[in-house]
Write a protein of this length. Sequence first.
Length: 395
Amino acid sequence: MISKSMEELVAGSSVIRALFEEGKQMAAKVGVENVYDYSLGNPSVPAPAAVDEAFRQVLDEEDSLYVHGYMNNAGYEDVREAVADSLNRRFGTTFSGDGILMTVGAAGGLNTALRTLVDPGDEVICFAPFFGEYTNYIKNFGGVPVVVPADTRTFQLNLEGLDDTINERTKALIINNPNNPSGVVYSADTLRQLQAILEKAEKRVGHPIYVISDEPYRELVYDGVTVPFMSLYIKNCIIGYSFSKSLSLPGERIGYLAVPKEVDGYGELMDGLTVAERILGFVNAPSLQQRMIKRCIDEATDVAAYDKNRRFLYESLTEMGFECIRPEGAFYLFMKSPIEDEKVFVAEGKKHNILMVPATSFGCPGYVRLAYCVSYDMIQRSMPAFKALAETYFK
Ligand code: PLP
């Protein structure tokens, strides 16, 4: 029937499906208001009003055949120019429209980039903790994911030993900044060190090693933290962006890849990305979304609600004795399991109707992820449950 590799994938995705099912069963039993579901990274702040207004304007003002038609596989030229101009204005970069490829969200962009770079057997490095789908995306093209374990002291990129990990088969690294699940923002200093390692390694292996920078949370930062812009630090980078989180549009599937002119093999790379977008079956990013994005390019979600959740959750759980990484970006809190096996801790949490994700699925056992893109009210209501959970471990 279905392929062996897909059988394995279906079996492997059962943890998250099981969590979802358990949440539903719990709600049926104890009432939805008594279930504290921290499992999903679905934005809880509505899209800015300007987004809906832009959709209306596109439908009212633009030619219908044009708006709903095919276009260049890389996207509408004027939309790509608008993305490049916005990046250049905000980050002092020099992108041109032909270095932008509109994509079907970050997931579409990552798959397009990997299809372009990876031959079967090629290696792609991921730094733990990482978004669990990366390994699936790499395997989609016969690539081999190579996991660098987390630096659990700082949760910055673990660069120790990276040079030894890179070999002739290494094609790319995937970096996610700000990070899901840790909430950490990789510093400019970390990126400078990474560039020095890559420059040396590229000479040794004799080909470019591309950093695929996955940045769906770029706009979601707190405490005045800024995310260093990847192309200002890393020469051979492909920047992947998505409006799923920054405009609260995850179901609409819109994002882009941005490639600086300075990368090795720029022309070949852009041609490859454009063909990959087509033959993966995306053909092009959704046209109505592209037209809307042109009108909303500098809009961003109001992060105040996430910030309020973040402060309250971090402070309350830390006070109870839990060890948490202070999140600077995204909308996740990464918490150390009080016992070695975090799956047992997650099961204990369920007894108090708390749903957390075990971080083994992010390549970082011993930790759990709490998505705080939920209502403030739910966080407050969950406090007695967390207190009871804390008492199990810290007497
Ligand atoms: N990358 C990371 C780190 C994510 O957290 C997500 C979604 O949660 C994605 C990529 C996929 O984003 P998109 O909905 O834009 O495909």
